[in-house]
Design a protein around this ligand. Structure first.
Ligand code: NAG
Ligand code: NAG
Length: 490
């Protein structure tokens, strides 16, 4: 019977093993010794109900039962009688706290099981089913009732300003749980956390954890995840958050190509700012005074309608947000004559070209060889498949695509997260870029020790982001290139 109970009882495997062991032990001690059969341990949640089973096992039937009581011990030493059954006088519920919440399930002295409903956290404790018998005296069995409470979990990000001090950037809380929850953090940023707990009046525990970091602009938008583990949860609760780090602008000017010759009409400068929140104002000025008449400003863009002496000056771009302002300048030297800037082929294009030429020659030789062979073989069916004729046509088809930057030489696929360390990635990016991809994917100082153990997680994250950030595998591109380049030389 007790084993039956144990099987139904919602306890962990370890505990049920103990329960089983305990049961076996009890049986070993002799049937005669244990006449009152109860469950050893029960767990329940507030507002639910629980059945406390009890049964008197009388082998020979010689024992006379007088009365049975349920005694509640919330703490050691305090004993409260909450339910009494007497075959002649009936049922009695002497404790007012339990009076309306306790019932006997059977009107039976041999089976005085009770149900307690509308449970409270404070109902936890030991419940003893105690018989008054003759001739052996009192017989009893005790059930320990553990009240459990699911924690109420929450997490939030704290918006901070970039700085040099370690500050709280995220908080996580598991409130009113029993037993106490544990809180862990997963993060690719190099912070640390501190966790504290406070005991509630009813045995519950509120656990709070704070994630701290010396926030830098690159931490903005990075992810930290709070994970709450607790007995009553089927699985860990987790909450991923994007850090919110605000910082004053940093500015750069793009677009000057060292070729502002007199009469040029499409000279443009771009003022790029990285700021959080977004810049409130972007201002262009000239060091020599007001902006020349030939200049048109549109937001962060400065356009020169027609290059002349007036723009032989230094332009300044100043950007503000609520945390401060920042400016930078560029001297635009106006030259008399247009500079011939046939961009020299980059090494990538040269290599691609050479490979392409080799491949092209290879195909021609192959084709000639094939034709020769075919002529030798006469009219007989070809022993080999002809080389796919698509190659020839593909070289012209691909011509259109050759307008792209000729940088796609054969390279091993980048390992995750590395893409932002490419030299080209060093150029200042727009704020938008930084927030959407750069910040998520790295391009920031390597993670610190604290996060090293979560490396696998970082990889996972980066992998997930991969498809959107990377070009398709390099092999495809380089194949295309090698057919493109010869066409350019022809
Ligand atoms: C957490 O990091 C800060 C600085 O980053 C340091 O001052 C503090 O001692 C660290 N705390 C723990 C518990 O490691
Ligand atoms: C622009 O200014 C530089 C000196 O700052 C001068 O050498 C150059 O001749 C100027 N260009 C024109 C077109 O006047």
């Amino acid at each position: 019977m007790a084993r039956d109970y144990a099987a139904r009882c919602p306890v962990s495997p370890v505990r049920s093993t103990w329960l089983l062991a305990a049961t076996v032990l009890l049986f070993a001690r002799g049937i005669a010794a244990q006449k009152v059969r109860v469950e050893e341990e029960l767990e329940a949640y507030p507002t639910e109900s629980v059945e406390l089973r009890c049964q008197f096992i009388d082998g020979g039937g010689r024992t006379k039962l007088t009365q049975v009581s349920w005694i509640w011990e919330p703490t050691d030493g305090q004993r409260d009688n909450i339910a009494v059954y007497h075959p002649m006088y009936g049922q009695s519920f002497p404790n007012t706290d339990f009076k309306d919440r306790v019932v006997f399930l059977h009107n039976s002295l041999e089976n005085p099981s009770i149900r307690i409903s509308n449970l409270r956290m404070s109902d936890a404790g030991r419940y003893t089913c105690e018989y008054a018998t003759y001739p052996s005296g009192n017989e009893q069995g005790t059930t320990t009732l553990t009240m459990l409470a699911k924690p109420k979990n929450s997490a939030k990000v704290v918006t901070v300003q970039a700085g040099t001090k370690s500050v709280v950037v995220a908080q996580c809380e598991a409130a009113d749980g029993k037993p106490a929850a544990t809180i862990k953090w997963l993060a690719s940023v190099g912070g640390n956390h501190s966790t504290s707990s406070t005991n509630g009046p009813d045995g519950t525990v509120t656990v709070r954890s704070e994630y701290r970091l010396v926030p830098t602009p690159t931490d903005n938008g990075r992810e930290v995840t709070c994970i709450v583990n607790q007995r009553t949860q089927e699985r860990p609760w987790d909450h991923a958050m994007k850090l919110s780090v605000e910082y004053p602008p940093s500015v750069s000017i793009e677009g000057y190509d060292n070729n502002w010759y007199v009469g040029r009409s499409d000279a443009t400068l771009l003022c790029l700012a990285n700021a959080n929140p977004e810049p409130t104002t972007i201002t262009w000025t000239a060091v020599s005074g007001p902006l020349p008449d030939t200049v048109v400003v549109d937001g962060n863009k400065l356009m020169v309608k027609k290059v002349d002496d007036a723009v032989n000056t230094t332009f300044i771009c100043e950007v503000k947000n609520k945390h401060g302002s920042s400016k930078t300048q560029i001297s635009t030297l106006v030259i008399e004559e247009r500079r011939e800037t046939t961009p020299g082929p980059s090494s990538g294009a040269v290599i691609g070209g050479i490979l392409g030429v080799l491949a092209f020659i290879g195909i021609i030789i192959g084709t000639i060889f094939f034709i020769r062979k075919r002529q030798e073989d006469g009219e007989g069916p070809p022993k080999h498949k002809p080389p796919p004729p698509v190659k020839a046509s593909s070289s012209t088809e691909m011509l259109n695509k050759s307008s792209g930057p000729p940088t796609a030489t054969e390279t091993a696929p980048l390992s995750p997260g590395e893409v932002y360390y490419e030299p080209t990635g060093r150029e200042p990016v727009t704020n938008l870029d930084d927030e959407t991809t750069g910040a998520l994917n790295g391009g920031a100082p390597p993670v610190l020790d604290d996060s090293a153990k979560y490396d696998n997680v970082n990889e996972l994250t980066d992998h997930n982001l991969d498809p959107s950030n990377h070009e398709p595998p390099a092999a495809n591109i380089s194949r295309g290139e090698s057919f493109v380049s010869p066409a350019m030389f022809v």
